[in-house]
Design a protein around this ligand. Structure first.
Ligand SMILES: [Zn+2]
Ligand SMILES: [Zn+2]
Length: 380
């Protein structure tokens, strides 16, 4: 019998399926598969309805995958037992179509062909029919999705690759100067990575983090945050970034002379509003959290302070010290270094049959003190 989770509102179920591997693809045995914020958005129905053309149902959930090769075509460079992570994007190369202009320049996260080719529509493995999915005992993946893991990286670290890569790309694309004040809004896994990446690359910027829960505060400080505020009001946030608070009759007051950068790792109406107000003139707002429909916003700061607003989608290639780098591979390399502090980031693992508990822990961050949750397929 299918096992329904939130059976009345979400279509998620655990069930037996016949495994099929497209010719030329590789069979992988997932070990750990992280639960992403976008998985939660999907289950709670807060994903953008306009992204519907970019997914195809039914699919096997899971795109933050570490595993080992189970079977590969003869002559392949892969051998059974090789440990890998999967870069889950499904752009032109994976779809077997001629490269679009973005793929041709390495910006395949902005591929224009996510709905084209032989595969059903989808941006990522884990949201796409017939393109595998990590919450399973076996999955098919395209050889170009595989990245070999060095021995020094445990599965528990490697499962953080996807979340790290998603934060790495926007941080490297918007790297603050050492004298900058930076607000990192949200102290879940993305915010925690943003703090650690900045310190990993020796940023001396002042990092002010906004957390929702107290337990996130300790982790943010351990990662290198200078100040952490838990659910601050506007005045408290302003004072933490040395902005002047200017009272207004309505809407909670304005801030003058605030931060240079605002990394929005929440993607809510409130985070966007506070971001617009917390930035000084020419300040840079970077959306990492995947916002969709938001409530009423006062966007006067956008023109009044000539703010720069940018988005960020997944990972592809970016630049580091003028050199082009592959973000996902760089994330693996960073995780292989001891001084990238991952303590406490993978907070829980659950076996696949306990998936309901896993999603409960992921949804109830405060009660479980959860950061990144992973499904564990390693034990039968
Ligand atoms: Zn993800
Ligand atoms: Zn493309």
């Amino acid at each position: 019998m299918p096992n329904h989770f939130f059976s009345t509102v979400t279509p998620l179920q655990l069930r037996e399926m016949i495994f099929k591997c497209p010719s030329g693809w590789i069979t992988l045995k997932p070990g750990l598969c992280g639960i992403c914020g976008s998985d939660l958005n999907l289950l709670r129905g807060s994903e953008s309805l306009l992204l519907e053309p970019y997914a195809s149902f039914p699919f096997i959930l899971g795109h933050e995958i570490v595993g080992e090769i189970f079977d590969s075509p003869s002559g392949s460079e892969w051998h059974n037992g090789d440990r890998v992570v999967i870069e889950p994007l499904l752009p032109c190369d994976i779809r077997g179509v001629e490269r679009c202009s973005f793929c041709a320049t390495g910006n395949y996260n902005l591929c224009e062909n996510f709905t084209a080719g032989s595969l059903p529509p989808g941006i990522l493995t884990g949201y796409t029919k017939e393109a595998g999915g990590g919450a399973a005992q076996l999955m098919a993946c395209h050889p170009k999705q595989l990245i070999r893991l060095p021995k020094v990286i445990s599965d528990e670290k490697a499962v953080l690759t996807d979340s790290l890569a998603s934060a790495l790309q926007p941080v490297l694309n918007n790297f603050p100067g050492d004298k900058s004040t930076v607000v990192i809004y949200g102290a879940g896994i993305t915010g925690q990575h943003v703090i650690r990446i900045l310190r990993y690359f020796d940023s001396k910027a002042t990092l002010v983090v906004v957390a929702r829960y107290d337990f996130q505060k300790e982790l943010a400080l351990a990662g290198g945050a200078d100040k952490v505020l838990t659910c601050p009001n506007r005045q408290a946030l302003g004072s933490a970034i040395n902005a002047r608070f200017l009272p207004s009759t309505f809407d909670g007051g304005n801030l003058e002379g605030g931060a240079h950068f605002f990394f929005d790792c929440a993607g809510t109406t409130k985070s966007i509003q506070e971001g617009l107000l917390a930035l000084r003139g020419k300040g840079q707002y970077v959306m990492i959290g995947t916002a969709a429909k938001v409530g009423p916003l006062d966007i006067s700061s956008l023109w009044f302070r000539e703010l720069q607003i940018t988005g960020s989608s997944c990972y592809g290639n970016t630049k580091l010290n003028g050199q082009s780098i592959h973000t996902y591979s760089k994330a693996v390399e960073i995780l292989s270094h001891e001084h990238y502090n991952t303590a406490g980031l993978l907070s829980h693992t659950f076996s696949l049959d306990k998936y309901k508990d896993a999603f409960s822990a992921a949804f109830n961050k405060d009660r479980y003190r959860s950061v990144k949750i992973a499904l564990d397929m390693r034990t039968p």
